[in-house]
Structures are given as structure tokens and as C-alpha cells.
Design a protein around this ligand. Structure first.
Ligand code: IMP
Length: 423
């Protein structure tokens, strides 16, 4: 059954592990939004590999890996990532890159940094140029992967865009970027990527007609969605189910099942409200237990208790059929585990998730405390092998969030996953 895997929190839920676990059952794995702001950690032949734009399906021979047109592509970075994958012994012959994927150009990255360092807008972005590249799509100025394959057309299109950005930079007192060297490097990257460039919508439709099994690989998390996340502290794409359709050209009928990934606790990178955040010593402890440092930027992640109000919101937005709960083992040593079950705000208690960051910043979470299990879970492979307290924790989450748990991860290895057959 064609399956979508989506993050239900602020990214870093362990989607890389979930997709790697599932990908063996699929013929096609598709990235449909985001860019190299993502960092999907997968263990391959005992080695830790962080993928940024390449779909996690690349590790399975015979699995078609597709980067669809919803993804913003920095071609120099992608070339580097392809080269790294080849060094691991992967041929990547079956990688397809949409000609319609918007390009992240050097001035996008420069603008991201200028804005982040200004006092006007500090989001805590990954500084990769993601937001400005999507802005150009909305502003109808974007250049696309296909443009790289025709030098004359590429030069003709990038020149006025560079002028547009140079005027902006001049107003900010910033130097203009060096264009000629960038054009040469981008064209060279285009030549390298040329064999992979395709009409991925046509390719995916063909795959559907041939009844190939398709896995859609989400990046970031639902609470970072440009429309449904904690705006303005969000990324610039649809990280929710909507992104699958706008980002691939397939219809909702192409999706059979939605799998939502959540950690057993919560993390967030960058700025923005995080009601269940744990500060001080207990936060530091959880960060160390979970090794919570960014896969892309190395930044220490903010950590906190699982927020079930937010999780239920994400389940509803995406129509999640099953949960894939990760890093349950990180809580092994805790005597007591808290989960947020309501918010107090302006003298009222409720369990709706406010859409805007300003409202979310005002809420005070109401917690429910559950007993910990205080024993290592890393060796459990079946639900029955989990201690009663851990099962009670899972039951509470499923009940509150409104989706059953289909998978529980108890360690970083592929085998450290419990599959719960509830079909
Ligand atoms: P941008 O996507 O680089 O524009 O960053 C916008 C926000 O999304 C920032 O808070 C980032 O930390 C966050 N973000 C972007 N990509 C990821 C990710 O893959 N994991 C977690 N957070 C992310």
C-alpha cells in the first residue's frame, strides 16, 4: 500500500530510521518537499549516514529514489551528497531528479543569513537558503533544475535575478555575490546531474499504473508547516500531507496509508514557542540521554515532554492511520514521565492547539504524570516484551492522539524496532 511518512513534531522525529525500516517493502521512495535543511540519519553497514536531499530508499538496490518538484535543490550540495553515497558503494543509477525542482541559488543562502542576523526576523533557520528559494517560487521568479541543462537560457534567466538580489543586498549594505564563478559551478553541477533529471510526475504516474509500491518521505515536521505550523517559526514548505500532492503531482488517491512519526518526548531546533520545554538540569539530562544535537547543523536541540495536544493536532491535520513512536528507550532511566494533556491560557483550560506562535507562547501546559519502567528496552522486539509501564505509556499516547501505534523504536539499529500487528 502506498504510504506517506510524516513527522508530527518539529522535525527530527526519527523519520530516517522509520523510512529505512520500511523502504525494503517499497519499489519507489520519493522526497516531495524541503531541501538540504533536512538531515535523515540512517545506519548503513554499521556506519552512521546523514542524508539531506537523497531519499532514504537509496540503500535498497532496485528501489527507485525520486526527488520530486516540491523539493528545493542546491545542486552543488546534491552533487556532494551523490559523491558521498558513491563512496559508500551505492551506484545511485536509479536516482531521478525533477527538472521542475526549484534551485537554491547563492543569493538565497546569502539572504537567509542576512535576515537571520538582522533584528527583523530571527527564526533560527538552518541558513541553507530554503526560505528565500521558496519565496522566489511564490514570487514567480524561480529558476529550476531543468534550467541548468541549457547554458544560454540559464545565463539569461539568472542575470536579472542576480540584479534583483544585488539591489536588495545594496540596501542592506551587503556586498554583491560573485556571479560568474557561481554560474560556472552550477552549470558543472547540472552536467553531473543531467543523467538523473526527469519528469518525475510522469515517472510516478507510470509507477502507479504499474502498481509499484510508493513510499513518500516527508522532511521536517507538521508543526513546522508553513500554513499549519507555529508560524512564523516554521519552514517554508508544506510539511504536512498537503505537500505530497503539490510536491509530486499525484492525487490523494495515490496514498493508501499515512504513517506519523513522533518521538516519545519532544524536541525543537531554532526559535519559537515550545510549551512543554524542559529547561535547566532536567533538560540537559534528557538532551544527553537522547543525543539531541542537530543532524544538519550540530546545534543542541531544545528538549521537553511529549505534548499530546500538539500530537493530536498533527494526527488530525494529516489523517494519520498509524503512529511510529521513536526513541522510547531514551526514557528508560526515568522514574516518572510527564505528558502535556491540556493548555491553560488566559484563565481558561482547553485542549485545542493554537495555530499562531503568539497564542502558543502564552499557554501553560497541564501535565499528566505516568510511571517510568526503569529498565533497558533496547532488546525488546515484540510488544509483549515491554514492561507493563511502557505499554501503559504507549496506550495512553494512542488513546489521546487518536491513532494506534504500529511501530515502536527502542534503539538506533534497524532491528531495534517493534512492529505491532493491528491490521
Ligand atoms: P529553514 O527550513 O532552514 O528555513 O528553518 C526554519 C525552521 O525549521 C528552523 O526552526 C529550523 O531549525 C527548522 N528546521 C528546518 N529543517 C529542519 C529539520 O530537518 N529538522 C528540524 N528542524 C528543522
Amino acid at each position: 500500500m502506498n504510504t506517506v511518512v510524516l513527522g508530527l513534531q518539529w522535525g527530527d522525529e526519527g523519520k530516517g530510521k522509520a523510512i529505512d525500516y520500511l523502504a525494503g517493502n517499497f519499489d519507489v521512495v520519493v522526497r516531495f518537499q524541503g531541501g538540504h535543511n533536512a538531515g535523515h540519519t540512517v545506519y548503513y553497514r554499521g556506519q552512521k549516514v546523514v542524508l539531506h536531499v537523497l531519499p532514504s530508499g537509496i540503500f535498497y538496490p532496485g528501489c527507485l529514489a525520486v526527488i520530486a518538484h516540491g523539493v528545493v535543490v542546491q545542486p552543488l550540495q546534491l552533487v556532494e551528497e551523490v559523491r558521498n553515497a558513491r563512496r559508500l558503494g551505492l551506484t545511485l543509477e536509479n536516482l531521478s531528479l525533477s527538472a521542475g525542482a526549484p534551485l537554491i541559488l547563492p543569493f538565497h543562502q546569502q539572504l537567509d543569513v542576512v535576515f537571520e542576523d538582522s533584528r527583523y526576523q530571527r527564526i533560527g533557520t538552518t541558513r541553507r537558503g530554503i526560505g528565500p528559494a521558496y519565496e522566489d517560487v511564490i514570487g514567480r521568479r524561480a529558476l529550476f533544475v531543468g534550467d541548468l541543462l541549457d547554458e544560454k537560457a540559464f545565463r539569461a534567466k539568472i542575470a536579472p535575478l542576480a540584479e534583483y538580489y544585488n539591489r536588495l543586498f545594496a540596501a542592506w549594505g551587503q556586498p554583491a555575490g560573485e556571479l560568474e564563478a557561481a554560474i560556472a559551478a552550477y552549470l558543472e553541477a547540472g552536467e553531473f546531474l543531467r543523467p538523473h533529471v526527469a519528469d518525475t510526475t510522469a515517472l510516478l504516474r507510470r509507477a502507479r499504473r504499474e502498481r509499484k509500491r510508493i513510499l513518500f518521505e516527508g522532511a521536517q515536521g507538521s508543526l513546522l508547516d508553513i500554513h499549519l505550523g507555529t508560524y512564523p517559526f516554521v519552514t517554508s514548505s508544506n510539511t504536512t500531507i498537503a505537500g505530497v500532492f503539490s510536491g509530486t503531482g499525484l492525487s490523494p488517491k495515490a496514498v493508501g496509508r499515512v504513517l506519523g512519526v513522533s518521538k516519545a518526548y519532544a524536541t525543537r531546533v531554532g526559535e519559537g514557542p515550545f510549551p512543554s520545554e524542559l529547561k535547566g538540569e532536567s533538560g540537559d539530562r534528557l538532551r544527553e540521554l537522547g543525543h539531541e544535537y542537530g543532524a544538519t547543523t550540530g546545534r543542541p536541540r531544545r528538549v521537553g515532554w511529549l505534548d499530546l495536544v500538539a500530537l493530536r493536532h498533527a494526527v488530525e491535520v494529516n489523517g494519520v492511520d498509524r503512529l511510529f513512536l521513536t526513541k522510547l528507550d531514551v526514557l528508560d532511566s526515568l522514574a516518572e514521565i510527564q505528558v502535556a494533556v491540556a493548555y491553560d491560557c488566559d484563565g481558561r483550560r482547553g485542549d485545542d492547539f493554537p495555530g499562531h506562535a503568539d497564542a502558543l507562547a502564552r499557554v501553560v501546559p497541564v501535565y499528566r504524570s505516568l510511571p517510568g519502567w526503569r529498565q533497558p528496552l533496547g532488546k525488546a522486539r515484540r510488544l509483549e516484551e515491554l514492561p507493563q509501564e511502557a505499554r501503559a505509556y504507549l496506550d495512553f499516547i494512542a488513546e489521546f492522539a487518536g491513532a494506534e501505534i504500529g511501530y515502536v523504536s527502542v534503539g538506533s539499529e534497524r532491528e531495534q524496532t517493534i512492529f505491532i500487528d493491528i491490521s
